[in-house]
Design a protein around this ligand. Structure first.
Ligand SMILES: NC(=O)c1ccc[n+]([C@@H]2O[C@H](COP(=O)([O-])OP(=O)(O)OC[C@H]3O[C@@H](n4cnc5c(N)ncnc54)[C@H](OP(=O)(O)O)[C@@H]3O)[C@@H](O)[C@H]2O)c1
Length: 271
């Protein structure tokens, strides 16, 4: 049976949890060969199994996007092993919420390197690979609704940068068969909260009714996220909601550019 993305190759950065994992699974279920990139191999191996139980194929590439050389290497691996690249999802991202006056420059650096520099390198490498195989390609950049507010802090500044990069790249690629899709999620139940104030994380765990201890920076167990999201549906979207929007955008014919998508739960938190 031919599926919409049968025979296509996709790369998803930050595929070890949250939105990236959901996008990887969605693209895999639509028939793509998905390259999963992130630092946590074990989690991605689980996702690979789930994709391969369906119609897709998956390859796990453990890499750190802050080492910018690893990004063209990842793209080169996917393109040389499958002969093509059709979808590049620049999703890996981190947030360290703190007032600017109390911020830690190392955390500012982590946010800019992960959310902006890695995304730029991903766009550049993907365009080269897509042009080489004459793909009708899609570059999907995961921004945030934080980019729609002027006062969304250093994290917001990285996402304003993503919006600017997506819009500029879209113009640079007008005469190519490559479309740029900028996706701005609202608050979504993921590991994203792992660097938040421990009281916020403890509140999430408590709301899930599970007895687990999560230290700042550690992965929030999937069971916690899966329990709290339906309970807090009004203020927290699910990663699958975002993945569904991405699938819709990359399935459009190349003369249609779904340029911007905001995916929000009904009630908006400031993030
Ligand atoms: N959740 C929200 O409310 C929300 C709202 C708006 C936008 N977003 C954006 O959505 C994207 C995905 O975030 P999420 O919510 O799904 O959070 P998440 O569950 O924490 O996922 C972040 C992903 O990025 C990866 N990552 C982080 N640093 C990395 C690095 N140096 N190298 C490689 N991979 C790295 C993480 O994998 P490893 O830790 O395994 O490396 C993980 O797979 C981010 O760009 C985020 O800014 C999220």
């Amino acid at each position: 049976m031919s599926l919409p993305l049968s025979g296509k190759t996709a790369i998803v950065t930050g595929a070890s949890s949250g939105i990236g994992r959901a996008i990887a699974e969605k693209l895999g279920a639509a028939g793509a060969h998905v390259y999963l990139s992130g630092r946590t191999r074990e989690a991605m191996e689980e996702t690979k199994k789930r994709i391969e139980r369906g119609a897709g194929r998956a390859t796990v590439v453990a890499s750190d996007v802050r080492d910018v050389r690893q990004i063209p290497a990842l793209v080169e691996q996917a393109a040389s092993e499958t002969g093509r690249l059709d979808v590049m999802v620049n999703n890996a991202g981190v947030s360290y919420p703190a007032p600017i006056l109390e911020g830690d420059p190392e955390q500012w650096r982590a946010m800019f390197e992960t959310n902006v520099i890695a995304l730029l390198a991903g766009c550049q490498a993907a365009v080269q690979a897509m042009r080489a195989c004459k793909a009708a390609g899609h570059i999907v950049n995961i921004s945030s609704i934080a980019a729609l507010r002027a006062d969304s802090g250093v994290y917001g500044a990285t996402k304003h940068a993503v919006n600017c990069i997506s819009a500029t790249l879209r113009r640079e690629l007008e005469d190519d068969t490559i479309r740029v899709v900028n996706v701005m999620p609202g608050a979504i139940a993921t590991n994203f909260a792992r660097n938040f104030d421990p009281k916020v994380v403890a509140g999430l765990v408590q709301a899930s009714g599970l007895q687990v201890e999560v230290k700042r920076g550690e992965r929030i167990p999937d069971e916690v996220l899966e329990k709290i999201q339906p309970a807090l549906r009004k203020i927290l979207g699910s990663p699958e909601d975002v993945a569904e929007a991405v699938l819709y955008a990359v399935m459009q014919p190349i003369h249609v550019n779904i340029a911007e998508i905001a995916v929000r739960p009904p009630k908006q938190l400031a993030i």
